[in-house]
Design a protein. Structure first.
Length: 338
């Protein structure tokens, strides 16, 4: 056999062998990568499954707390809102005023109800705060977990803000306001109801020069926690000035503005009497409703996170799922109580 043919055959055999070896190496590498990918997918799936179970366990727990909270808030909202009507775009408190006047236990029951709501809301907030220590690490371990955590943490913060709004002023303001009004009525009897301008001037003089009345009045109008309500007695556009120059400084910087607010408040005590309490009760009802919605947002977000953990490849963002669940077709964030 010619030597050149032998060399060609040898070259061909070597090339074939190298091809086979190369293919084998490529296959081994591919199999290794695939095995590693499968392992990662398996770990990710396990993490998602663990996260899903934990999210759903917390969701079930929060649902039970939310149900108790709803019962408390509904009782209070019905007690107050059913007695307030809108007439010519203005709130009519006459029925609520009458309930307060006729039933000396009405305000006590309303305050007790608010305190019960505060307690349930506090328990809801504390529970979700504690559960975040087990939820956040799990969410952080999955792809785009930071988005899940961001939404979850924002909802917790909003529940905390709502809790502060319910607790920071409503109950204590009601107690202080009721004490002032009771003291005035005890001193002047029915003079505070539908009195003439002349009598109002006389009453104003008596009240404004009596330290017994002025101390509790000042306690209300100088308290920053009550500013959300007191600002209705501040001239329009001067609210920030009143806060910065009267309420917050150690020494009053705008005495004229302070006096103006004082006059408006005392005249309201004389002319409106129980309606001031009705206003605070109605304002508290708005805070209660907001707190209830913020708690519902926690449940909606946890439900949306559960959906995403199950349907991780459907291309729907967490934000879109939350928006969908907030709609009337699903959980009706703004239209249904539960």
């Amino acid at each position: 056999m010619p030597s050149w043919f032998t060399n060609v055959q040898l070259g061909f055999d070597m090339a074939t062998s190298l091809t086979i070896v190369g293919a084998a190496v490529t296959w081994v590498i591919r199999e290794k990568k695939q095995a590693e990918a499968e392992k990662v997918r398996g770990i990710n799936q396990q993490v998602r499954s663990t996260s899903l179970k934990k999210v759903q366990d917390v969701l079930f727990e929060m649902e039970d707390k939310f149900s108790v909270l709803i019962n408390e808030t509904q009782t209070y909202e019905n007690m107050i809102d059913n007695r307030v009507r809108k007439v010519n775009d203005q709130l009519d408190f006459s029925r609520l005023n009458l309930a307060i006047k006729r039933d000396d236990q009405f305000l006590i029951k309303a305050i007790d109800r608010l305190q019960a709501i505060r307690e349930e809301l506090g328990q809801f907030y504390e529970l979700i705060q504690v559960r975040r220590y087990s939820l956040i690490p799990l969410l952080d371990a999955i792809e785009e977990g930071d988005k899940y955590i961001g939404v979850f943490q924002q909802n917790i913060d909003e529940v905390g803000d709502a809790y502060n709004q319910v607790t920071s002023g409503n109950v204590s303001l009601l107690k202080e306001l009721e004490a002032v009004i009771s003291m005035l009525n005890k001193q002047f009897g029915d003079e505070l109801v539908d009195v003439s301008d002349e009598v109002k001037k006389e009453l104003f003089q008596k009240i404004s020069t009596d330290e017994t009345f002025m101390k509790p009045i000042q306690s209300i109008i100088y308290d920053e926690d009550y500013f959300y309500w007191v600002q209705r007695f501040v001239p329009a556009g001067r609210e920030d000035d009143y806060l910065e120059k009267v309420v917050r400084p150690s020494k009053i910087e705008d005495k004229e503005l302070c006096s103006e607010v004082m006059v408006h408040f005392i005249l309201a005590l004389i002319g409106k009497n129980h309606e001031l309490i009705s206003q605070v009760l109605r304002t508290a009802s708005g805070s209660v409703m907001k707190a209830r919605i913020e708690c519902k947002d926690i449940l909606i977000s946890l439900s949306a996170i559960s959906h995403k953990l199950v349907m991780d490849n459907n291309g729907e963002t967490l934000e879109k799922v939350i928006a969908k669940y907030e709609s009337e077709e699903y959980f009706g964030r703004n239209v249904t109580i539960r």
